[in-house]
Design a protein around this ligand. Structure first.
Ligand SMILES: Cc1ncc(COP(=O)(O)O)c(C=O)c1O
Length: 336
C-alpha cells in the first residue's frame, strides 16, 4: 500500500464509493465496468483538472456567477476559458436567459462553449439548485449538445426543504454529465487530496488517462484508510449535516442581529450575506473587521466578474463551535 496504485484508484475505495453513490444518489455504478465509470481523483481539483485537460482545452465552460474561483483558474491554467452567467440578486435565473447566453458562446470561433458547470450546493453562496433550475440546465445542455460538469462536493450539507438532486439522474443526463466530488470537506481531510469523478464510461476514460500522467495515482495508503471508514457508520452524513445546520443557525442568528442580511441558501457550509447597510464595500468592510476584530470573511467580489456582489461576503462556518462563538463576540464588539 505504499507503492504505485492504479490511476483510477484503490479497488476497495472504489467499491465503497460506488456503495455511497448508490445509497445517497440512487445511481448504480458498476466498479468492474470497462470503460471505467468511476475513478478516485487527487481531490475534486484533480477531477476538474482531468476534465479540463480532456474536454476543455481551447473550449469554454459556463459558470453561474457568483462562482467558485477555481472553476475559472483551473480552466485558464489548462488552456480553456470560463464564461459567467449572472444570477439575479435572489440568485435565480430564467431558462431562456441561460439558453441565449449559451447560444451566444457556442458558435464562436475561439473558445466555443463545450460545457456548463453546475455547482450545487454552490460555493460561495450555498445555493441549492431547484428541480426547475436543474431541469432548465438539462434541457439547454441537451438542446445544444453540451456537457454538464456537476460539482457536488457540498452535497451532504443540504438542510432546506429541497433534497440534493444529482443532475446526472435527470432524464437524458447520464450520457452527458461528469459528476465531481471530494472527501476534503465532508471528512475534514483536505490535505489527503482524495475525491472522485463518475459518469458514463466513455466520458471517464479520457480523464483517467490524463490523471495517469499528471499525478500517476492518488495516495495509496490514504485510499486504503478511507475505504475502511467511508461506509462504516450509516449515520455519518446525517450527523455531519445536523452539526453544520446547528452552526449555521447559531451564526446566522448572531450576525443577523448585527445587521447582516442573510441569503437563505438551503445548505450549511457557507453563509452568503449582504453586509450591514451602513457599509457598501465588502473589501474595506472586511479589512476593517480584520484590523479591529481579527475576524475575516471573503468579499463577494472574489467570486464575480461584475460588481453586483461587492457588498456581499462569504462566511465559512467550518470551525469548532467555540471558535464561532468567539468570532461572534469579536464582531459584536465592533458592530453592535
Ligand atoms: C465547489 C468546490 N469544488 C471543489 C473543491 C475542491 O476541493 P478538493 O480539491 O480539496 O477536493 C472545492 C474546495 O473548496 C470547492 O469549494
Amino acid at each position: 500500500q505504499n507503492h504505485y496504485g492504479g490511476s483510477e484508484g484503490d479497488a476497495s475505495l472504489r467499491r465503497a464509493v460506488a456503495e455511497k453513490i448508490k445509497k445517497y444518489n440512487g445511481i448504480d455504478i458498476d466498479v468492474d465496468a470497462k470503460p471505467l465509470e468511476l475513478m478516485i481523483t487527487n481531490g475534486g481539483t484533480g477531477a476538474l483538472i482531468g476534465i479540463t485537460q480532456s474536454y476543455l482545452r481551447g473550449k469554454s465552460a459556463l459558470v453561474f456567477e457568483p462562482y467558485y474561483p477555481y472553476h475559472r483558474r483551473i480552466l485558464e491554467e489548462f488552456g480553456g476559458k470560463t464564461e459567467s452567467f449572472a444570477l439575479d440578486q435572489t440568485l435565480s435565473f430564467e431558462k431562456d436567459a441561460l439558453r441565449s447566453r449559451c447560444k451566444e458562446l457556442i458558435g464562436r470561433a475561439e473558445y466555443p462553449l463545450r460545457a456548463i458547470i453546475v455547482c450545487s450546493p454552490a460555493n460561495p453562496s450555498g445555493k441549492v439548485m431547484t428541480q426547475t433550475e436543474l431541469e432548465a440546465v438539462a434541457e439547454v445542455a441537451q438542446e445544444l449538445d453540451l456537457l454538464v460538469i456537476s460539482d457536488e462536493v457540498y452535497e451532504h450539507y443540504v438542510t432546506g426543504e429541497h433534497q440534493h438532486t444529482p443532475i446526472a439522474t435527470l432524464p437524458g443526463m447520464w450520457e452527458r454529465t461528469i459528476t465531481v466530488n471530494s472527501f476534503s470537506k465532508s471528512w475534514n481531510i483536505s490535505g489527503w487530496r482524495l475525491g472522485y469523478a463518475f459518469g458514463k464510461g466513455e466520458l471517464i476514460t479520457p480523464i483517467n488517462n490524463a490523471a495517469n500522467v499528471i499525478y500517476v495515482c492518488p495516495a495509496t495508503p490514504l485510499q486504503a484508510a478511507l475505504s475502511r471508514v467511508l461506509m462504516a457508520d450509516g449515520d455519518y452524513y446525517p450527523k455531519l449535516r445536523d452539526k453544520f445546520d446547528s452552526k449555521r443557525r447559531f451564526f446566522s442568528e448572531g450576525i443577523t442581529s448585527l445587521g447582516f442580511d442573510i441569503y437563505n441558501s438551503g445548505s450549511a457550509f457557507y453563509i452568503w450575506a449582504r453586509i450591514p447597510s451602513d457599509f457598501s464595500d465588502a473589501l474595506t468592510f472586511n479589512e476593517m473587521l480584520m484590523e479591529k476584530a481579527g475576524v475575516g470573511m471573503t468579499p463577494g467580489s472574489a467570486f464575480a466578474d461584475t460588481d453586483d456582489w461587492d457588498s456581499h461576503v462569504r462566511i465559512c462556518i467550518a470551525r469548532e463551535d467555540s471558535v464561532l462563538e468567539g468570532a461572534l463576540e469579536k464582531l459584536r464588539s465592533v458592530l453592535a
